[in-house]
Design a protein. Structure first.
Lengths: 353, 353
DNA sequence: TTAACTAACGTAACCGCTTACTCAGAGTTG
DNA sequence: CAACTCTGAGTAAGCGGTTACGTTAGTTAA
């Protein structure tokens, strides 16, 4: 475990460090024989070139960072965290690995935010920042010292690259489905946190659909949760408690909360979908396993992560190319919770790049 | 975005680079006034010390790596990935961040394995390796050049630190529950991949419980899946197809497959738990939302991740301290799929450190 | 008053790689 | 055979921090 250096490898294989470096980088300018010798010495020594030294020399760490928000403290139900983030992480990891880079992740729990962000910024070549990780001004300040791409966040006056999905179109479509094919007129919308761009856009889609149908257009969500199951349950209860009659359909801001809604409704002896229809958003894998299976809007979470790091990598290679904002398509996936039967499954596409 | 260096900061604030360094590290030996001046210049310039340079100087990157397996290709149901890994990642991230380090993640998809591992090894101070990420010999060779702690893997002849959970005890307890309180005598076990240590241990626990009860002890699992929902569904179907009568209880190797079992059984018009009881393992968050709610064994996934990086950090600070193997306790959580009613919830503890 | 400290810096030698330049010798060419 | 062109290497100057040591001015003790 006594780390050896390139000097030792060079010495032992009777060449210069330059040659060792060339061999390791698979560069040209070394004979097959030399190459083999160096490789065998390196292997024998268990030598791995030091990335800090390399990074210093080439001015590139080969690491991209992913900043995501950590909602709440670790509770008893500590695995009650949004799967959305996990999928994004997976996608980011894949894209980075494919490009020969690595991804470093960091969640901005509580107050550590700012310092954490700087600590991460110093270790990476670029940063993708998920919605809700950092206040706008901190993002702006970080972006001054390292390339940033925003994920699921409204870009601040288009000063940064960003990727998102067609939240609005998706929400508009499920809502339209509820009123058009199931004839609902008494709907409710449960949103996410106040500062969530995703939530805002989905609500906007909901409003569009309501307007399209000539139904009353609300100014704000009927209740809000924090995108977790626990928060969703609270929101649904609140919604139900403050109304004389429950709505006939609830458009919920994401799947975790939608699934929580299913439980709450069952607890209140309300049948889904006959008494109340429910839809979610995201299409996490368990949406299809709850009963009734959850009708929802699929957003390509993993692909969003992939796209974000690809954009970041592009920007690293091409610092002054024009800013980009890509919006990935969403797709409503019909299951049972909206009232559809087994036979009448329908799928529609929304949005584009 | 034109990166500034410590030299520029030093020049602009009229001090030496040593002083700037001291200020940034919060070290002693600089007056409050100097400190303030340097800080303001740094801030104004948006300067972040380059971690590669720092890492080279202090011989420590401040980054730990986490290697995990990526099961299969991204399919249509691409979010069908084990949540276990996601929770471990979260835990690792938390522990690292708390210690001022960052965590770099990499999945060993397909053949890239070896190279990827080396590329990662060069970027981190140490590595946490999840079960199934790498063949034993590669682990051994990586471990020659960077500290490694194994997660959910049988340590190779105790040459490495490792952390796991009490799989055996947990499996033994759920199984015992099935036979003792529900009186089942015709059970079946669905395992994970052949090379999975977790699966082996859980099966061992199952066998112990069978032996305890004087029931026939099988030599191998009745079927195997790959820990995903799709794989679980296949395994359950296989199990059911090759038998005259379905077993009265199925002990499934993890929750994803257990949840799949629920779906498959429903599809075959078999009632859970009355016709067939089912139990899972892990206690992922959706286990409580499926119907019937899944009786399972909780293992502290997040804590496992945390513990692993803490052990790694400890080893980095204390390279020659004795090897450690910690086993975290598991806990059976009784819900409905085993046959228990609402009232008779019971919980038991298994294992210890 | 002066020797002994101490606080607050500055100097400059690394840390382990990469790479622009050089260079020697073998091959080509006219 | 002189003039060139390649090839396969070696030299050494960075890359941007850290830190052991040295220096200076101000304190404290005797």
């Amino acid at each position: 475990m006594a780390k050896s250096t390139i000097y030792e490898v060079a010495r032992r294989s009777g060449v210069s460090t330059a040659t060792v470096s060339r061999v390791m980088r698979n560069g040209p300018g070394s004979s097959a024989e030399t190459r083999k010798r160096v490789l065998s010495v390196a292997n024998e020594l268990g030598w791995v070139p030091n990335n800090s030294a390399r990074g210093l020399a080439v001015r590139r760490a080969g690491i991209v960072g992913l900043l995501f928000p950590d909602l709440g403290a670790p509770t008893e139900a500590e695995n009650d965290a949004p799967l959305f983030v996990d999928q994004v992480i997976r996608g980011a990891e894949r894209a980075a690995t494919l490009a020969g880079d690595a991804v470093l992740i960091a969640s901005t729990h509580s107050a550590v935010g700012r310092d954490l962000a700087w600590s991460v910024a110093s270790k990476v070549d670029g940063l993708v920042i998920l919605a809700g990780s950092l206040p706008q001004k901190d993002i702006a300040s970080i972006a001054r010292s390292v390339p940033v791409v925003l994920l699921a966040t409204r870009a601040t006056r288009r000063k940064l690259d960003s990727v998102g999905s067609d939240n609005r179109g998706g929400a508009r479509q499920v809502t339209a489905h509820l009123v058009d094919v199931h004839g609902h007129t008494e709907l409710a919308f449960i949103g996410g946190p106040t500062r969530s761009a995703d939530s805002d856009e989905r609500f906007a889609g909901y409003r569009l659909a309501m307007a399209d149908a000539g139904l009353p257009v609300p100014d704000s969500p009927d209740a809000r949760g924090d995108f977790t199951e626990a928060g969703g349950a609270r929101a649904v209860n609140e919604l139900l408690d403050t109304r004389r009659h429950p709505p006939r359909a609830i458009v919920v801001g994401n799947d975790e909360m939608g699934i929580a809604a299913l439980s709450v409704l069952r607890g209140r002896r309300l049948r889904v979908p006959s008494d109340v229809a429910v839809t979610g958003f995201d299409d996490i894998s368990f949406a299809q396993h709850v009963r009734p299976a959850l009708t929802t809007v699929r957003q390509p979470m993993r692909e969003m992560g992939e796209t974000a790091v690809r954009m970041l990598l592009d920007r690293l290679n091409e610092p002054r190319s024009p800013l980009r904002t890509v919006t990935l398509a969403t797709k409503v996936v019909i299951r049972r919770s909206c009232g559809c039967g087994a036979g009448q499954a329908v799928a529609a596409q929304a949005g584009a790049a």
